[in-house]
Design a protein around this ligand. Sequence first.
Ligand code: HEC
Ligand code: HEC
Ligand code: HEC
Length: 156
Amino acid sequence: MRMAWHIGRVAAAWLLLAILSLGVLADPASAGPPQVAKGRGDKCVAETGWMRRNHMSVLKHQRDGTVHEGLRTSTFSLKGCVDCHAVKGDDGKAVTVADPKHFCRTCHDYAAVKLDCFECHASRPEGAAMQSGAAGADPHNGDVAALSAYLKEVQR
Ligand code: HEC
Ligand code: HEC
Ligand code: HEC
């Protein structure tokens, strides 16, 4: 049941994106659809289409591996995504996830996906600006109790 619901949700999200991108082709001046900023360089850490479909599971797997088993491979590092996919704001500095232009929000806002990742993880490259508050916090300074509570929560 849950799985079917999940697949339905993924399909719905992608159908929506597909319709929105058709809109862009039909009307280049349209302001509606997600404007996904291009990452730095010419390749993602995996094939682009694959990343669009699978980034959510590799990120989560990576996270669980890191936190529970101390596994450290850098291919699907969240810090890496944030570094390479930084988008500059009007002030020339990389925006945080508070800004709708943030790379991770371009699709998520459309697909109505809400992430809590950036409550602990920095949402822009380190050194982009002095960061304070939720969107800029580094998990190394995080509260261990909060992390344990969070891990319990996601395992249900
Ligand atoms: C309650 C705090 C908290 C939340 C919320 C959280 N993380 Fe983490 N995350 C951590 C901590 C602590 C580490 C370990 C830090 C390290 O190893 O650098 C970590 C490590 C990671 C890593 C491996 C290190 C890296 O930079 O790649 C990934 C990937 C990751 N988290 C992804 C996510 C994703 C995706 C979400 C949201 C779905 C998320 N995290 C939500 C605290 C959190
Ligand atoms: C070394 C730089 C780099 C890193 C690190 C990187 N990306 Fe990418 N990413 C890119 C580039 C460049 C593209 C566009 C490739 C293209 O045009 O085919 C891209 C494309 C994407 C897309 C598709 C965007 C679209 O246009 O629909 C997604 C989703 C994505 N990346 C997610 C991630 C995630 C999640 C991470 C971290 C696990 C990550 N990327 C790490 C450079 C990077
Ligand atoms: C090309 C569009 C696109 C981009 C860009 C994108 N995402 Fe996603 N992401 C999606 C879609 C669509 C879903 C919903 C899939 C679903 O419903 O399970 C999703 C889901 C997720 C999830 C799972 C959320 C949940 O509720 O389980 C995580 C974690 C995630 N994305 C992380 C990221 C991060 C981190 C970035 C920026 C580095 C990013 N995504 C950029 C399209 C995108």
